[in-house]
Design a protein around this ligand. Structure first.
Ligand SMILES: [Zn+2]
Length: 342
């Protein structure tokens, strides 16, 4: 991708291009912002444009240098990240970087080192990297990519030029989904689930059965009061698997409750799951608004606990059993109200 093809991120692109054109690149950058909104692409494009044989203001994407960076096999471009299934960057990776950075450029006049997930470094790794940031060789530029600024050591923050990345606009995501052949009626939901990130959008496209799974999740919620404990446990196993495959389960649940709470107060067009309108309305009629808001709060708490490393299986069991108990109690009390003539 050339600068011109990277979607959105006007400010970040302007800053980098300016410094590149005036030959005032920093020795270290920290790209901050939500995951998967173009940070790696911009880092690559910076290197491509620097190395490009056609010496223009943007990468040509055709010369040997551009192609090597594009395919991540340029000897002067290194992308380092946590191994798959590991959520930390350890000291080994930083030591490896320090070994490599000691060598002068092989092919081009400069070297670029990208560390993706710089907010996932262990303390030991971060302290070790600090030494490199204090005395970087003149021929190298380091680009750190991080989502959570609060997890980056202040001493690292202060040694890097910070570049902010924004969520992608709905228009960009819509055009991406259209290119992928998503039907018009599904676009709105897809854009919401992608939450401003192209990486998330790609995951959704990879997960083709997303609509089928979503239907099952919603149908289970509709029938929750009639389900046995065994059925709940069986469902939890399924949801856990789908969640691990990339289904944005908690976003779906939060959206579902949001729709139930606001239905009737807003135009139908503002309901995200409008294909479930009649179920949503009937749930709304059955339960009190305050009860539904409490349930939504409860789901948010569970979501936060998952992010804080509580086991997904336990969290889902707890969630569904508790919601089921509430539903059963509610149904029982409304039945007894009817039979006592109230
Ligand atoms: Zn080129």
């Amino acid at each position: 991708m050339a600068f011109a093809d990277i979607p959105d991120q006007k400010k970040a692109k302007r800053l980098i291009r300016n410094q590149l054109n005036t030959e005032r690149l920093s020795h270290a950058y920290l790209f901050l912002g939500p995951e998967g909104v173009g940070q790696k692409e911009l880092a690559k494009t910076l290197a491509k444009t620097y190395f490009c044989e056609n010496m223009d203001e943007d990468s040509c994407e055709e010369c040997t240098q551009c192609i090597k960076v594009k395919h991540s096999n340029h000897p002067d471009f290194d992308l380092l990240e946590a191994e798959e299934n590991k959520d930390q960057i350890g000291i080994d990776l930083i030591r490896d970087l320090q070994k490599r950075i000691a060598y002068r450029p092989y092919e081009a006049g400069h070297r670029f080192f990208i560390i993706s997930g710089a907010d996932k470094m262990t303390e030991q790794a971060a302290n070790s990297l600090l030494k490199t940031l204090e005395e970087p060789p003149g021929y190298a530029t380091l680009i750190l990519i991080a989502e959570d600024e609060s997890k980056v050591l202040p001493t690292i923050l202060s040694r890097c030029q910070q570049v902010r990345f924004e969520y992608l606009s709905d228009e960009i995501l819509i055009s991406y989904f259209k290119q992928q052949g998503v039907k018009e009626e599904n676009l709105k939901l897809m854009v919401r689930l992608a939450k401003g990130s192209l990486m998330q959008a790609e995951k959704i496209i990879d997960n083709r059965e997303i609509f089928q799974k979503r239907n099952q999740v919603f149908q289970f919620l509709v029938d929750l009061a009639d389900k046995s404990r065994v059925e709940v446990f069986r469902e939890v196993d399924k949801w856990k698997e789908w969640y691990e495959e990339g289904l944005p389960l908690f976003d779906l649940l939060i959206d579902w409750y949001r729709d139930i709470i606001i239905v009737g107060d807003v135009k139908t067009g503002q309901i995200n799951n409008s294909d479930y309108l009649s179920s949503i309305e009937s749930i709304k009629d059955k339960y009190s608004k305050s009860e539904l808001i409490k349930e939504l709060e409860f789901i948010r708490e569970i979501t936060a606990s998952i992010n804080a490393n509580v086991k997904i299986e336990l969290a889902l069991q707890y969630l569904l059993l508790k919601l089921r108990t509430k539903r059963c109690k509610y149904e029982e009390s409304s039945r007894s109200n009817i039979s006592s003539g109230r």
